[in-house]
Design a protein around this ligand. Structure first.
Ligand code: CMC
Length: 387
């Protein structure tokens, strides 16, 4: 049989052709459909970016109104989903719940499973973007034993999410426009990142013809690991463990020690060998949120700032081009907003949903084949089974 190249970890293999997102890792550039990420985060809202990723262009006023209306109209989930949640242990990790409930959407919405039908594909895409924040907030409410909060379609996408997280029947949460905007920005910064592990997983699952809900559930599962989306949770745990600026040197030494598996969470990236452009916006957003909330002297933030400063100057990190990545500052914002650490990766999943769908849609809209990597077999040669 023919030859194939061996490329563990896909260090040099392009798995597809795509016109959605461009990254220049050496220069620290990230473009969605040609638009720089920082400009999108500054000038547009999250649903505009979802529209852009899915359709290739930013929406005009009418398209924007229609898209926003459609997405916000489908925010509720089937009431039976409430019972489905109740099957989980009450101390389940919210990512475990998300893998389950998003996959289960395929059992609830039979009118969006036919991937050869344009209408089905459209409905599935909208439903996923509409319902992800609802499911995420439900996973949180379930974990703290509070009743689910229904969505409010008059709020912005980010504002509605905060409402569902923090309102309860006894107390309505005031959604500050600054915090709602910050939430929206965070979602924008996570919206897509070309062929990362979870997006490649979605494409691979989709290449078999699996339905969109099943594909996105597979993406959520792949995102969970600490080397990928799970890093934002790991960053906060690490900052808490470091605890004080005076302990940083010890952790830096551990990160550099070849015999110690410890890594500085929130640093390094397979593609970026320069400052992650999303981390820049995330840092500014962190400053906005902390100033809105009147948090001036946060110990974790002090540890984070000092850690970043040291890492940017230390020869080990400089030579290996290990810059802070998107996950480094997002955790600080989430913490300031009162979002528990276990929800951090869930928020990454909510933000990444349009990217996953855009890639799935792009793939199944063109000619594609089932993804089927080969291997180098290193096991036993043929041997006889003894009786
Ligand atoms: N702390 C200390 N050393 C590091 C780190 C780190 N965070 N990251 C990489 N290195 C070292 C690593 O030990 C290796 O050294 P050597 O060449 O001497 O063996 C070198 O840098 C290259 O690392 P690698 O693991 O071969 O690089 P990779 O491209 O396979 O991994 C990464 C990329 C993001 C998994 C890795 O940098 C990492 O584990 N970072 C910490 C976790 C993290 O922040 N993940 C979030 C990534 S961004 C968002 C996302 O994708 O979800």
């Amino acid at each position: 049989e023919g030859y194939f190249t061996y490329d563990p970890g896909f260090m040099s293999t392009a798995s597809c052709e795509s016109s959605i997102t461009y990254i220049d890792g050496a220069k620290g550039v990230l473009l969605h459909r040609g638009y720089p990420i920082d400009e999108l985060a500054e000038k547009r809202d999250y649903l505009d970016v979802c529209y852009l990723l899915l359709n290739g262009e930013l929406p005009n006023d009418i398209e924007k109104r229609d898209f926003h209306r459609t997405v916000m109209r489908h925010t509720m989930v089937h009431e039976q989903m409430h019972d489905f949640f109740k099957g989980f242990r009450r101390d389940s990790h919210p990512m475990a719940i998300m893998v389950g409930v998003v996959g289960a959407l395929s059992a609830f919405y039979h009118d969006s499973l036919d991937i050869t039908n344009d209408r089905h594909r459209e409905i599935a895409a909208t439903r996923l973007i509409s319902k992800m924040p609802t499911l995420a907030a439900m996973a949180y409410k379930y974990s703290i034993g509070q009743p689910f909060t229904y969505p409010r379609n008059d709020l912005s996408y980010g504002g509605n999410f905060l409402h569902m997280m923090f309102s309860n029947p006894c107390e309505k949460y005031y959604v500050s426009p600054t915090l709602a905007r910050a939430m929206d920005k965070i979602f924008i910064l996570h919206a897509d990142h070309e062929q990362n592990a979870s997006t490649s997983t979605v494409r691979l699952a989709g290449s078999s013809g699996a339905n969109p809900f099943a594909c996105i559930a597979s993406g959520i599962a792949a995102l969970w690991g600490p080397a990928h989306g799970g890093a934002n949770e790991a960053v906060l745990n690490m900052l808490e463990e470091i605890g004080d600026v005076s302990n940083i040197d010890e952790y830096i030494a551990r990160a550099k020690d070849k015999n110690d598996p410890f890594r500085l969470m929130g640093f390094g990236h397979r593609v970026y060998k320069n400052y992650d452009p999303r981390a820049k916006v995330m840092k500014e957003t962190a400053d906005e949120v902390l100033s809105e909330l009147g948090i001036t002297d946060d110990p974790l933030l002090n540890v984070a700032r000092r850690l970043e400063q040291i890492a940017l100057e230390d020869p080990y990190f400089v030579e290996k081009k290990l810059y802070p990545n998107v996950d480094f500052y997002s955790g600080i914002i989430f913490k300031a907003l009162g979002i528990p650490t276990s929800m951090f990766t869930v928020l990454f999943a909510v933000g990444r949903t349009p990217g996953w769908i855009a890639h799935w849609k792009e793939m199944i809209s063109g000619p594609y084949r089932i993804g089927r990597p080969r291997q180098l077999y290193s096991g036993e040669p043929t041997r006889e089974v003894k009786e």
